[in-house]
Ligand binder design. Structure first.
Ligand code: SIN
Length: 300
């Protein structure tokens, strides 16, 4: 356990200046604030973009304040990482496809207040996201990000052994579909059938092992082996208890950073090794966010 923590901390250096920006870590585990840099410039400057990406790989989520950039620059910056994707339920800005509007006005909607990795219900979940605050409540509406490589590294060894090779299914039907009429829910599930992914993934750029189940995950699909299941009780509720235990790791504060929004603040996260939770303590105050999600690859 001590080894796992030590390994994790080597990824986080002290406050650092590069030739172009100041990097201030926000916790020992995840998150840094970048200052002295404009995303509108980085959208058109490969060198600056590369520095931001390096900080992102190191800190997993990076934050920037005071970015009054245009929607076109928001999209142009995010597209430096890759192509963008719309969301089947949340709409996008009509003039900027790929810029999803997460607007919470007078209607109470509870989609973001659970720990999740964006699009784990897809075969190719998002690689990362660039989220900008348009309007936020005077207090409340923070977002929490979690280092899921730390969550994996600190699991007891017998659990790491048990989940090695396990695969799980994640879906959209029971989350975004839950408030729909049955027919609309059936159509959503047909259009976006559940995806199967390894419970432990390897980050394609850093090589870190990452715990890869979240609130979209419904069940393991290869748990029922003679080693794991002697009697029905081992499968139900045994497998569900193991899944709940793994999903609950995201709620451990030592793996988290919590960010308080202001208008024009931006968060950029690596969705391949983090989960996040948008705290919904502000309703009925409005909160408006715009998010560019970058299409990811298949998880092996
Ligand atoms: C999301 O869940 O992708 C959005 C998070 C937020 O609105 O803070």
């Amino acid at each position: 356990m001590a080894r796992a923590w030590a390994a994790m901390r080597t990824h986080i250096s002290d406050t650092r200046e590069t030739s172009t920006m100041h990097i201030e870590p926000l916790t020992c585990s995840i998150g840094a604030e970048l200052s002295g840099v404009s995303l509108a410039d980085a959208a058109h400057d490969a060198g600056l973009f590369a520095e931001i990406k390096a900080a992102l790989l190191q800190h997993k989520v990076v934050f920037l304040r005071d970015q009054p950039i245009s929607r076109a620059d928001h999209v142009a910056f995010a597209r430096r990482f890759g192509e963008l994707e719309d969301h089947p339920v949340a709409g996008s800005d009509p003039d900027h496809p790929g810029l999803v509007q997460i607007y919470r006005n007078d209607k109470r909607e509870n989609y973001e207040n659970n720990y999740h990795s964006d699009g784990l219900w897809r075969d190719t979940p998002a690689m990362g996201c660039v989220l900008r605050c348009i309007e936020c409540p005077p207090v409340g509406g923070d977002t929490i990000w979690v280092n899921m490589a730390a969550a994996y590294a600190n699991l007891p060894e017998e659990i790491q052994r048990k989940i090695d090779g396990l695969r799980a299914r994640s879906g959209i039907e029971h989350s975004f579909g839950a408030v729909m009429e049955p027919e609309a829910r059936r159509r959503l599930a047909e259009q976006y059938p559940p995806a199967e992914h390894p419970v432990v993934r390897t980050h394609p750029e850093t090589g870190e092992k990452v715990l890869n189940v979240c609130s979209f995950t419904t069940h393991f699909i290869n748990y029922h082996t003679p080693d794991n299941v002697r009697f029905g009780l081992d499968k139900t509720p045994g497998a569900s208890q193991l899944l709940n235990y793994l999903v609950s790791q995201a709620s451990i504060p030592e793996y988290q950073v919590r960010f308080r929004w202001k208008p024009h603040s931006v968060a950029i996260w690596d969705n391949r090794c983090t989960q996040h939770y948008a705290v919904q303590d502000y309703w009925p105050a409005p909160r408006k966010m715009e998010r560019a999600a970058i299409i990811g690859g298949r998880i092996d």
